[in-house]
Design a protein around this ligand. Structure first.
Ligand code: GLY
Length: 367
């Protein structure tokens, strides 16, 4: 029996996150929400299509008037308005109207594009998220952020659009390559660090089962992680305040991602960003030295980096200033008041950032 969590929007029930170990129950969920008279367009990318498109199409064929698919080339660089335009053209050709439904089958890029198309096509049509990476299950499929990159700026054009359902099949995590799998952990650990000490401790206690991708443990982990995100996005769905806490590790993380020319994964950069932010929290006397080192070292068993070669602290500082997290010229930095309690801080200095980047700069012994 699938587990579920409901997400409220403006204090009213808005959509369920369903946690399951297969795709079988997706059709029941879709039928309960939409009936059988709607058309469904599955939007996915060329990698995910090979793995799951036929199974999902087959699962949905009896609960829709028609099931079609729009498949675009996999890759972060496809998260742009050209892909959105091709999707509009496809939907127009297939005569999709406002009563029809889009279904995002894939990782963060697929979810963000599908959500943005759903927010704008015919001024908005329903959409469902079926995330297939740990990163998208833990983070991007929840909370209604959608959008694309524009002229080299990440997520510069977008909309808030709530899905009608998020359906998480944890068994798909078994096909992820190690790098993609572990990349998702940075956001999961972040959820423990910013809001839930017992979840953080649970992650430490269950690291071997998590690394083994034990389905029961994965379900438990995702449910606890999604509870943190639920509580934050329900309080502040459009990021007027508290939702910014989810950016813990992202200010320096995004700067490293840009400096690496997006060759490092998002999760790897967020892990480094979390270490740097925890270091600043220690230097502000909020965390103890032991807590800082425990946080830093907990990324290691999950194959996430805690140091990096060849970065220039001055360049990283400059890049943090071009990030969206600036407010009136001041960096809105997320720090830890203690483990399990993040705060927004406007007093992080350039020197704090430089020192934190130096802390994660890998220097070979003897040099
Ligand atoms: N990924 C951060 C957020 O959803 O606000």
């Amino acid at each position: 029996m699938a587990e579920r969590i409901n997400i409220l929007y403006e204090k009213k029930p808005c959509y369920d996150i369903v946690f399951d170990t297969g795709f079988a129950a997706l059709s029941e969920e879709m039928n309960a929400l939409f009936g059988k008279e709607r058309k469904i367009c599955i939007i996915t990318d060329s990698n995910v299509a090979k793995l799951y498109l036929e199974a999902v199409k087959e699962n949905l064929k009896d609960v829709a008037k028609d099931v079609v698919s729009f498949v675009f080339t996999a890759g972060e660089e496809q998260k742009n308005l050209d892909t959105v335009k091709s999707a509009y053209e496809f939907l127009i050709r297939e005569k999709f109207d406002r009563k029809d439904v889009l279904l995002a089958l894939g990782g963060g890029v697929v979810g963000d594009i599908t959500g943005f198309v759903a927010a704008t096509y015919l001024r908005g049509i329903d959409f469902v998220q079926v995330p297939t990476t740990l990163l998208s299950q833990a983070d991007s499929s929840i909370g209604g952020k959608t959008g694309v990159d524009f002229n080299g700026f990440k997520n510069m054009v977008g909309a808030f659009k709530m899905p009608k359902l998020v359906y998480m099949n944890v068994s798909v995590l078994k096909t992820l390559d190690e790098r993609q799998y572990y990349s998702g952990f940075a956001e999961i650990m972040k959820h423990g660090l910013i809001k839930n000490t017992s979840f953080y401790e649970w992650l430490l206690d269950n690291m071997y089962e998590i690394c083994d991708r034990d389905e029961e443990v994965l379900l438990k982990m995702l449910m606890q992680s999604c509870m943190v995100k639920k509580l934050v996005v329900e309080k502040d769905p459009t990021e007027q305040g508290e939702r910014a806490l989810l950016n813990f590790g992202h200010t320096i993380g995004h700067a490293i991602e840009k400096a690496s020319d997006f060759k490092m994964t998002h999760g790897e950069c967020v892990a480094l960003g979390c270490v740097a932010a925890a270091f600043i929290s220690w230097k502000h006397n909020w965390l103890s030295m032991e807590e800082y080192y425990e946080i830093r070292d907990m990324f290691v068993p999950f194959n996430l980096p805690i140091s990096i070669e060849n970065i220039d602290p001055e360049e990283i500082l400059k890049l943090t200033k071009s990030d969206k997290k600036m407010e009136n010229g001041t960096i809105k930095f997320i720090l830890l008041k203690k483990v399990g309690k993040a705060v927004i801080d406007y007093n992080v200095t350039d020197e704090d950032i430089i020192n934190a980047v130096k802390e994660i700069l890998y220097i070979e012994d003897g040099e």
